[in-house]
Design a protein around this ligand. Sequence first.
Ligand SMILES: [Zn+2]
Ligand SMILES: [Zn+2]
Ligand SMILES: [Zn+2]
Length: 238
Amino acid sequence: MIGCSCEVCTSTNPKDKRLRSSILVQSVKTTLVVDTTPDFRYQMLREHVMHLDAVIFTHSHKDHIAGLDDIRAYNYFTKKPMEVYATLPTQEALKREFHYAFEEKKYPGIPNMNLTTIDHEPFLVGDILVEPIKVRHLKMPVLGFRFGKFTYITDANGIIDAEKDKIKGSGVVVLNALRKEKHISHFTLNEAVAMADELQIPQAYFTHISHQLGRHADVNASLSKSRQLAWDALILEF
Ligand SMILES: [Zn+2]
Ligand SMILES: [Zn+2]
Ligand SMILES: [Zn+2]
C-alpha cells in the first residue's frame, strides 16, 4: 500500500509484492485476461504477453478496469479491435470511464474494442469455454468464471447455492480473501477457506489480498497445503 511501512509492504520476499488481481488464461490457440487492473501494462510486460485475444470483466470497480487503455498496444500490432466481454452494467462503466474510446470521431491511437454482452450463459472465447458464476460483492453482482477444472472468483462475500453448484467439481479454485478481520464486501481468510471446504475443492488459492493479512510465508504456514495464498505470477497447468 502506498505510504505504508508495515512488515508486508517492507518485505523483501517477492511473494509479498501484490499487484492488483487479474489472471491470464491460455490454451494452445487462445489467450485472454480476466480484468485489466491499474497494473495491467506492467503485468503484460512482466509476463511477455505478446498476443492477447480477449479481455473478460468481472465487474466495474476501478481496480479491475483501470488498465484498459493499454490494450491499444495490442491494437497497434494486430490492427484489430480487442474483443471485450462484459455485462451491461460493466459496459456502462467502461463507456463512462473511457468515454474517449467510444466517441464517434476517434482521436488516433486510442484503445479500440469490440464489446460483447455476457450475463450468466456460458460463452466461447476462441477455443476456451467460459462459464460465468454470479457472486455477491456487498450488493453488487460480480461474475466469477469457470474454465474446465479451474474456477476464478474475485471480489465476493456471498455465493448463492445455485451458483455454488457451478463451482463444485473444480480441481482448483481461486477465491478472494482480503484479510482476517470482517469486511463488508470481501471474504475474510477464514470465510474463503470455509467456502473452499464446503465446495470440497481439492486445491484453493487466495487472491485480492490486503497487506493487512500479513506476510505470505507466515500466512501460508498457518494454512494447510491445499488452502494457500496465491502469489503474483503463479502458474497453474491443466
Ligand atoms: Zn502495509
Ligand atoms: Zn470490487
Ligand atoms: Zn477488487
